[in-house]
Design a binder for this molecule. Structure first.
Ligand SMILES: [Zn+2]
Length: 79
């Protein structure tokens, strides 16, 4: 049996953004994004700290996109 459908309304959007970005970004750039957007001790994203806004709770949108890009590059991805 497959995994149950996850109620994740933005999944398709993340997927399409990741597909576009993965064509232009190198593997090391993707790794860099994933490394920067990691959770801090309070569970907020380290890479999304802006002076004017509060850091979002991790995983942030960018990390999810980065993760999806990594998944798209995975050579053993089944189609
Ligand atoms: Zn982030």
């Amino acid at each position: 049996m497959g995994a149950p459908p996850v109620a994740h309304e933005s999944n398709d959007q993340i997927r399409s953004v990741a597909e576009v970005l993965s064509a232009t970004l190198s593997t090391s750039a993707v790794r860099h994004i994933l490394a920067e957007h990691s959770p801090d001790a309070t569970g907020h994203c380290r890479g999304c700290r802006f002076p004017t806004t509060a850091a979002p709770v991790w995983p942030c949108r960018l990390w999810e996109i980065g993760k999806e890009m990594e998944r798209l590059r995975e050579p053993r991805t089944r189609r």
